[in-house]
Ligand binder design. Structure first.
Ligand code: ADP
Ligand code: MG
Length: 240
């Protein structure tokens, strides 16, 4: 569904992604792990063209989208993104947060968007919060709204950038559970995470980045039990 070929990104003379070549299959759940500063967020941001790659190709289905005049809004409509710090619209209620883009970008009728939003809010366990403003919600609730909001666009794939890193420990599970359910529905997901248990249990594949390089790419069992590179071994020694 998504394929990168020699994807590279530089900020000035800081080479942040170096020739990343990978393919994400429909329905696949990929966990992206690696040390801080290794390029994980930049990789995700390139996938939905929030960052313009310096070189290389990004294919979405049969279209090369990094070097063409592809309509970036069109790509982003199909790839939802969830951030560490939620990025909810503070002046809108939960329901308005979830219906805003479907009405504005997808031109859904308000009733239709609200019906979809209510179904999604039920799915993430927030039916009783639809009239609340974000500042009245816990971090875990905010993140579940952010997930519902991304899903309201009916995306083909979802990108998550450390969705639980800003949460108090007791709220991590409620968000990971929503993500697990989503994975079980067959959603294509790329998840940057430090939650190694989630990566082990839910991911079909691990991508390990180090200093902008894709050092290893393997099934979780193989990666966690038999990492091939010293870098991965050192990383796992620190986090496990
Ligand atoms: P990670 O998510 O793995 O922690 P990032 O992708 O955020 O890593 O960052 C990788 C490197 O790119 C870091 O050195 C960071 O400082 C740099 N970087 C990220 N975004 C920008 C930007 N917009 N401008 C300049 N440098 C950036
Ligand atoms: Mg990051």
């Amino acid at each position: 569904m998504i394929k990168t070929i020699d994807l590279s990104k530089e900020f000035g003379n800081n080479s942040v992604l170096k020739n990343i070549t990978t393919t994400i299959q429909p329905g696949e759940v990929v966990a992206v792990i690696g040390p801080s500063g290794s390029g994980k967020s930049t990789f995700l941001r390139c996938l939905n063209l929030l960052e313009q790659p310096s070189s290389g190709e990004i294919w979405f289905h049969d279209n090369e989208v990094a070097n063409s005049n592809a309509n970036k809004t069109e790509i982003r409509k199909n790839i939802g993104m969830v951030f560490q710090h939620f990025h909810l619209f503070p002046h809108m209620t939960v329901l308005e947060n979830v219906t805003y883009a479907p009405v504005k970008v997808k031109k859904l009728k308000k009733d239709e968007a609200e019906q979809i939003a209510k179904e999604l809010l039920a799915k993430v366990g927030l039916t009783d919060k639809e009239s609340s403003y974000p500042n009245r919600l816990s971090g875990g609730q905010k993140q579940r709204v952010a997930i519902a909001r991304a899903l309201a666009m009916d995306p083909e794939a979802m990108l998550f950038d450390e969705p639980t890193s800003a949460l108090d420990p007791e709220m991590v599970k409620e968000v990971l559970d929503v993500m697990k359910d989503l994975a079980q529905t067959g959603m294509t997901m790329v998840v940057v995470t430090h939650e190694m248990n989630f990566a082990k249990e839910v991911a079909d594949r691990i991508m390990f980045l180090d200093e902008g390089r894709l050092m290893e790419e393997d099934k979780p069992q193989t990666f966690f039990n038999q990492p091939k590179t010293t870098r991965a071994k050192e990383f796992l020694d620190k986090v496990l």
